[in-house]
Design a protein around this ligand. Structure first.
Ligand SMILES: [Zn+2]
Length: 308
C-alpha cells in the first residue's frame, strides 16, 4: 500500500465512501487472483449486496470482501471501520473507547467499546513468527491497581500489587527489531523457559544482562538456544528501554494498570512498537487482514477457516 494516507484529509480523499473501502478490500485480498473458498475456481461475478460480494462462477458460492475480517457481519459501515483502524494505526499512543467514539461520532459508548475491542483482538497475529537472531530477554514488575484502589502495592503479601512480566527484543544491527511482552506467574526457570521457548526461534541467541535464573534455561528440555552475556556494545539493553516505555505508556494512556487486562495492554504496546515504522501494515492488520493473504489466497483462506 504505497498510497497509505498520512493525514486525515488524505485519508478522506483515499476512502471517501463505502465503495472505495470495498474496492480496497477486494484489491488487498484478491488483487493477485481470486480463488473460491469452496472449490478453488478463479472465475466470479460481482454481486451488488450491502457489502461487495463475489459469487463463484463454478459452484455459485458467495464470498463477501469482509469474510474472515473483523468487519464481517458488523452493523457499522466499512467507512467507520476504516476510519477507526486508521486512527488507531496512526495514533502514536492509542486511544480510549470514549476518545474513539467521539472522533467517529458514534452515538453510544458501547459501540465504540466493542469496535475498539475487536480492533485490539486483531493486534495479535496468530501466525506471527518467533523472534530470531540475537534476542535480549529480561523480566520486570509493574505496580497495578485492584478494583478502585489507588495505585501502589498493598503491604504484607508478596507479589500483591505487582505484576510480573517477561520481555524479549530482537537486536538488528545497532537497534531493536521486534519485541514481545508477556505476563508470567513467577521468575522461575520454568516460567522464563516457557516464555523463551514460546517467543524465540530455535537457533536464536538469548542474551541477558545477568540474572542468574537464565542460566537455568539450559535445563529446559529440547531448548537448543544459546544463553550468553549481553555484549558490551549493546549496553544499555534495549529491553530495559522497552520496559520503561511500556510502563510510561500504560500510566499515560490508561492511568494505571489493572491485573485482568495486563496482557491486552502489553499486546497493544507490542503491536505499536513492532509496527512503529509501518502504519500501513498496522492498518491492514487491524482490519483483520493478515499480510500473508495475497500470494496464496486460496491456501490462506482455507487455513483461516473462512465460511464465505
Ligand atoms: Zn466455487
Amino acid at each position: 500500500m504505497t498510497d497509505f494516507p498520512r493525514s486525515l484529509p488524505a485519508f478522506e480523499r483515499r476512502f471517501p465512501d463505502e465503495a472505495t473501502c470495498a474496492e480496497w478490500l477486494l484489491e488487498r485480498r484478491w488483487g493477485s487472483g481470486f480463488a473460491c473458498p469452496g472449490c478453488g475456481h478463479d472465475g466470479y461475478w460481482r454481486l451488488g449486496r450491502k457489502v461487495l460480494t463475489l459469487q463463484c462462477k463454478a459452484c455459485r458460492r458467495e464470498t463477501s470482501v469482509t469474510a474472515g475480517t473483523v468487519m464481517h457481519r458488523s452493523h457499522l459501515p466499512l467507512k467507520v471501520w476504516f476510519t477507526a483502524a486508521w486512527l488507531v494505526a496512526t495514533h502514536k499512543n492509542g486511544m480510549s473507547a470514549r476518545q474513539l467514539g467521539l472522533q467517529l461520532g458514534l452515538g453510544s459508548y458501547k459501540s465504540a467499546w466493542l469496535l475498539l475491542r475487536k480492533l485490539r483482538a486483531a493486534m495479535v497475529d496468530p501466525d506471527r513468527s518467533p523472534l530470531g537472531g540475537l534476542v535480549e530477554v529480561d523480566e520486570t514488575s509493574l505496580p497495578f491497581r485492584a478494583g478502585d484502589a489507588p495505585s501502589g502495592p498493598r503491604p504484607g503479601r508478596s507479589h500483591e500489587g505487582k505484576l510480573l512480566l517477561a520481555g524479549a527484543v530482537e537486536i538488528r544491527g545497532k537497534g531493536p527489531g521486534r519485541a514481545r511482552l508477556a505476563v508470567i506467574k513467577d521468575y522461575s526457570a520454568a516460567a522464563l523457559g516457557a516464555f523463551v521457548a514460546g517467543n524465540v526461534a530455535d537457533g536464536g541467541t538469548v542474551v541477558s544482562d545477568g540474572w542468574s535464573g537464565y542460566r537455568n534455561l539450559k535445563e529446559v528440555k529440547h531448548d537448543p538456544k544459546v544463553i550468553g552475556e549481553t555484549p558490551a556494545h549493546l549496553v544499555p539493553p534495549w529491553i530495559h528501554r522497552i520496559f520503561a516505555n511500556a510502563k510510561r505508556w500504560a500510566l499515560g494512556v490508561y492511568h494505571g494498570l489493572r491485573a485482568e487486562h495486563l496482557q491486552a495492554y502489553l499486546d497493544e504496546f507490542v503491536f505499536r512498537f513492532n509496527r512503529r515504522r509501518s502504519p500501513q501494515a498496522a492498518f491492514a492488520r487491524l482490519l483483520g487482514l493478515a499480510t500473508a493473504i495475497g500470494p496464496h489466497p486460496y491456501a490462506a483462506i482455507v487455513a483461516a477457516g473462512l465460511k464465505g
